[in-house]
Design a binder for this molecule. Structure first.
Ligand code: NAD
Ligand code: WQD
Length: 338
């Protein structure tokens, strides 16, 4: 059975990807330092997959630990999720972000070189497009100067990957540029676990409905968009997880020294108010919200052109915004006030 190392596999997107890999007959091996996740996720993965997924607690920037894992498991590919992702914190503490996000990728690459591992799927982000001039964004839409050190780590990592593949190290690499991941597994056994006050919209919505937060502030109602609020492309995390499976399978069919990049979104933009309406409809909850001031640095609107991933990887999203909101809400109900 093909073994795939999932760095950050106890996290939000990584845990859902582990489930999809098992369903497809691949063997995930997880390394996670639990800096933004917990051990309970491993129990949940066992319940969901019926498998004890090998788990190593530690830093994926620790090559000795990676070597130890390789000694036990002949890894044939890596999906590298592990990173810090809080945009605001990255502005306060850039070094923490460059060290972890860029540093861990460099260690992973040298580990791959040493062990002859060829295939890598990297978690990039639509943040590399900033506020695009033309919508929807295709993979050839120019990247903008990053708004934050976090965003810059994604650009730098993409550039490192391009250079590594050019250097004929015998690699095959895909960067997936995620739009806005939302939702949770339909079983409500795994989902997003924000530490402290959530920065992202959907956890804030569900926590407000659950009474953990008093009120949601919609950041700006006077943008030049149809209803005045910002627009994003919200992608269900299970669909996003499936894109990783397609990517790793596709890499296995390519010649060496291969690099490509794909947008992963639905191809549809939804406003903040549309997200709230969808949530209220599927949850039956009335959300306490008010329109407040704009959030500095917010992109006004962005959504993906997904034709490339549709055609090349044969990947299509299956779940709607309503299904995302339903699953996010069921997950919130399952975790209670955590
Ligand atoms: P997450 O925080 O839930 O998962 C990341 C996991 O990596 C966590 O479990 C954390 O404990 C672990 N981790 C962090 N640094 C580590 C290290 N050095 N060694 C081992 N484990 C480490 O985040 P997520 O939402 O699942 O995001 C996964 C990836 O996708 C990240 O690279 C993130 O930047 C990227 N991404 C996320 C979003 C989003 O909105 N969620 C959007 C675009 C891109
Ligand atoms: C979505 C929309 C807010 C909270 C961030 C990162 C980006 C990427 C995805 C990783 C926006 C509005 C939010 C609230 C609100 N992550 N909002 N009230 O801004 O697309 O991007 O996550 O790569 O790098 O910056 O996502 O969930 O923060 O916001 O009105 O309390 O919800 O203004 O329009 P965003 P988000």
């Amino acid at each position: 059975m093909k073994k795939i190392l999932i760095t950050g596999g106890a996290g939000y997107i990584g845990s859902h990807t582990a489930v999809e890999l098992v369903k497809a007959g691949l063997q995930p091996v997880i390394i996670d330092d639990l800096s933004n996740s917990n051990r309970q996720v491993l129990e949940r993965l066992k319940e969901l997959t019926g498998q004890d997924i090998p788990f190593f607690e530690g830093d994926c920037g620790d090559q000795a630990l990676l070597n130890q894992i390789f000694g036990l498991h002949r890894i044939s590919g890596i999906i590298h999720f592990a990173a810090y992702k809080a945009v605001g914190e990255s502005t306060e503490n850039p070094l923490k972000y460059y060290q972890n996000n860029v540093g861990s990728l460099m260690t992973i690459l040298s580990f791959m070189k040493e062990k002859g591992i060829k295939d890598l799927v990297f978690s990039s982000s639509c943040t590399v497009y900033g506020q695009p001039d033309v919508l929807p964004v295709t993979e050839s839409t120019p990247r903008k100067d990053a708004e934050s050190p976090y965003g810059n780590t994604k650009k730098i990592c993409e550039d490192i990957l391009v250079d590594m593949v050019k250097s004929e190290a015998g690699l095959r690499v895909i960067s997936l540029r995620y739009f806005n991941p939302v939702g949770a597994h339909s079983s409500a056994k795994i989902g997003e676990l924000p530490l402290g006050t959530p920065n992202n919209l959907v956890p804030f919505v569900t926590q407000t409905a659950a009474g953990i937060r008093e009120k949601l502030t919609v950041f700006g109602g006077d943008y030049d968009t149809p209803d005045g609020t910002c627009i994003r492309d919200y992608i269900h995390v299970v669909d996003l997880a499936d894109a990783h499976l397609r990517a790793i399978e596709y890499l296995g069919e390519q010649e060496m020294n291969f690099y490509d990049v794909f947008n992963v979104g639905t191809g549809t933009g939804n406003s903040v108010l549309e997200v709230i309406q969808s949530f209220e409809k599927v949850s039956g909850q009335k959300l306490n919200y008010e329109i407040g001031p704009r959030r500095p640095g917010d992109v006004i609107q962005v959504w993906a052109d997904t034709q490339k991933i549709n055609k090349v990887l044969g990947w299509y999203p299956k779940l709607s915004l309503d299904e995302s909101m339903r699953d996010s809400w069921n997950w919130q109900l399952a975790i209670g006030d955590k």
